[in-house]
Ligand binder design. Sequence first.
Ligand code: FES
Length: 144
Amino acid sequence: MAYSEKVMDHFANPRNVGEMPDADGIGEVGNPKCGDIMKMYIKVKDDTITDVSFKTFGCGAAIATSSMATELVKGKSITDALTLTNKAVMEALDGLPPVKVHCSVLAEQAIKAALSDYYKRQGIDPEPIVGTIPECEECSFEEG
Ligand code: FES
């Protein structure tokens, strides 16, 4: 399966790229297997994600999924952002080849990690709200 036009578009013209110096939450996740790293920055006001940006050192699909994930949570309430799944990111991109599914998992994890960080900074335990960051079986270490 080749990449969809949407994936190619978000890879070639990623939205919301860059660091955010005054972020309210930063999440960094990595896939130990492929070595790719995704960093998400969020700005929150009145429980709404008013701004979001990312920096991804990774494959084209990781860049496209980060870009799409930022578009999907921007302007949304935290509650809505927490329901974002890698599947929704993939659907919004018109699909990903099976070997690239784990890249979208990284995008979901990165958003959740940024929200966890946001809660931690407020002195709130994120675990009951954000839950544990989902692991992707394909991405976990093969040896220990
Ligand atoms: Fe690692 Fe895409 S190959 S995130």
